[in-house]
Design a protein around this ligand. Structure first.
Ligand code: SF4
Ligand code: SF4
Ligand code: FES
Length: 575
């Protein structure tokens, strides 16, 4: 620590150049905030974090002020408390009073602030702005009436995802956060990543809910309801509930979903294994063809694919021509269940449970429906999974365990790698290493990312060639990296993994809403633990995958490979 300042008549240690808010938080002094977000530059927009600094006439916003030598600060004077309370009362005056029916009831930051500040009634009455919700997007529902203008979504969409689908519109008390020209998000530049939901303090941004259609299917006699559980969801639930036996999270969810009436619960990690094997084979084939253009770019993240289609039509041929795990799983499950139970595919209702808000958009893409039957009928985010279970009176904390269902019950350690940034690049590199016969001579070594943010690259010698593998998380990183490759004329990167969400799926737009990024780290920790304890280390060891190849159901070039498991990428740059 560099020096001390006085806070509430006590001395605290501070670092030169840090913000007052950072110093206060580190010293255990809580100051309410609304617009502040770690990793983002401060805006000073909400003024909730005000404190009194001796010698300053006006109250000071602690998130945008630096510590100074000799500073004397009061964080809880009467003046400070009154100012903060008035700010929250003003926000409440223009907010709907529908907490009882609100999806964020109980975990709304505005509600918590009102409770912390002992606000018991509406103080200011006036004419409220009439604002209309927007349900046009397949992933994100917006209710501007619940917006507190904190700008967190605007900064996320602009600074991290660089698409600026949301922005401030109008001025003064008419100001709202909206999509361009107040048209629906469906006709905006939105890529459906759901990161804005993650940062919104209220229910102004929430999931397009699929809960009702899942409940209806579960109650229908004509439908066989099949769930596909992503291993990342297991990691998320284990981290959220602080489960000691983390490896039981998937089994507990399975038991709970069966109590809801589900017929089959499959491991979506099976499809992650298929995806890795296919992608490594494609990379090998491209390396053997001297006309290939590199890098081969991952295509399992639907928000990234949408961004590439909108902004980089020139790289669509470089996107990996393998469907995402969700769509592979939906396809295989419908084919298998229809055959096994002699059902029409339309009688199978396929639900994926994922940490990805973009998967809702992906399932709605035209090419993922065949003759009117969708591969995936509903997508539940982790938030919605908790909600669905609550609606059936089920609590995962006190739940028995049940095994996932054959034949798609297994996932190798590689399926957990899909959950965090860099994991997939490593898995593809390892499988390529195996395919070229290297594993017989030497051990595979991959330099893992030192931390989870930003761009990472590594070089490996595989099949006698030096190959470059890179991975980025967030669209801003992807954009910078693509520009960097182009500007530097680099041809030494052969595989690029892109995840639209910060840190990968562990920070996905469908994860439980959490302020800050600590939960992503906790979820990644679970993924790493699960990898270590997984019975099968590599995708090629997955029995169901091997059976599928062995019985000839999946062969290069056959109908399943060409029609069902191949993605379609569309140039949307002129839309
Ligand atoms: S879903 Fe993603 S791209 Fe769309 S508005 Fe939200 S942050 Fe922006
Ligand atoms: S929509 Fe949510 S995150 Fe965006 S400005 Fe409004 S309250 Fe803040
Ligand atoms: S949190 Fe500091 S001004 Fe909003």
């Amino acid at each position: 620590m560099d020096y001390q300042i006085e806070v509430n008549k006590n001395q605290i240690d501070v670092r030169e150049g840090e913000s007052l808010l950072t110093a206060l938080t580190r010293n255990g002094i809580k100051v309410p905030t609304l617009c502040h977000m770690n990793r983002f530059s401060p805006t000073g927009a909400c003024r909730l974090c005000v404190v009194e600094v001796e010698g300053r006439k006006d109250l000071v916003t602690s998130c945008s002020s630096q510590v100074e030598k000799g500073m004397k600060v009061s964080t809880n004077s009467q003046r400070v408390l009154r100012a903060r309370k008035s700010l929250v009362e003003l926000l409440l005056s223009n907010h709907p009073d529908d907490c009882l029916y609100c999806v964020r009831n109980g975990h709304c930051e505005l509600q918590s602030l009102a409770e912390e500040m002992n606000i018991k009634e509406r103080k200011y009455y006036g004419e409220k702005n009439t604002l209309y919700p927007d349900y046009s997007s397949p992933s994100v529902a917006r209710d501007p009436a619940k917006c507190v203008l904190c700008s967190r979504c605007v900064r996320m969409c602009e600074e991290v995802q660089v698409v600026t689908a949301l922005d401030f519109i109008s001025r003064g008390n008419q100001t709202t956060v909206n999509s361009a020209f107040n048209k629906g998000l469906n006709v905006s530049t939105c890529i459906h990543c759901g990161q804005c939901i993650q940062v919104c303090p209220t229910a102004a941004l929430i999931d397009i809910s699929h809960i009702e259609k899942v409940q209806t299917a579960l109650g229908s006699k004509d439908k066989m309801v099949v769930f596909h559980l992503s291993p990342s969801v297991g990691a998320s639930v284990a981290a959220e509930l602080k489960m000691k036996s983390r490896h039981l999270a998937m089994q507990r969810i399975t038991y709970a979903l069966k109590r809801c009436g589900a017929s089959r619960i499959f491991n979506l990690g099976f499809a992650s294994d298929v995806n890795i094997l296919e992608e490594a084979s494609i990379l090998k084939a491209r390396l053997e063809n001297e006309d290939s253009v590199f890098p081969l770019v991952s295509s399992c993240c639907p928000a990234w694919v949408r961004y590439a289609e909108d902004h980089h039509p020139e790289i669509l041929d470089q996107l990996s021509p393998v469907k995402s795990p969700q769509q592979i799983m939906g396809t295989m499950a419908k084919i298998f269940c229809a055959e096994k139970h002699d059902l029409d595919r339309e009688n199978i209702f396929s639900v994926s449970v994922t940490p990805c808000a973009g998967n809702k958009y992906e399932s709605s893409r035209e090419e993922n429906t065949h003759k009117g039957v969708s591969e995936i009928d509903a997508v539940l985010t982790v938030r919605e999974l908790f909600q669905l279970l609550r609606s059936f009176g089920l609590d995962l904390v006190q739940m028995n365990e049940d095994d996932l269902d054959e034949p798609y019950n297994e996932a190798s350690a590689v399926a957990w790698k899909h959950g965090y940034s860099g994991g997939k690049a490593e898995a593809v590199a390892e499988q390529l290493f195996y395919l070229t016969g290297n594993d017989k001579k030497e051990k595979f070594k991959f330099n893992p990312p030192k931390n989870m943010t930003g761009r990472r690259e590594t070089k490996l010698t595989i099949g006698g060639k030096q190959l470059g593998f890179a991975w980025v998380s967030s669209i801003s990183e992807a954009e910078h990296y693509l520009q960097h490759l182009k500007q530097e004329g680099r041809d030494d990167i052969h595989y690029l993994e892109v995840m639209a969400c910060l840190d990968g799926c562990v920070g996905g737009g469908g994860q439980p809403v959490s302020r800050g990024f600590e939960m992503s780290r906790a979820r990644k920790k679970v993924c790493l633990e699960m990898e270590k304890s997984a019975g099968k280390k590599y995708a090629r060891e997955n029995s169901a995958v091997n059976d599928m190849f062995k019985d000839g159901r999946l062969k290069p070039g056959n109908e399943l490979a060409e029609t069902w498991l191949k993605p379609v990428f569309t140039d949307r740059s002129s839309d």
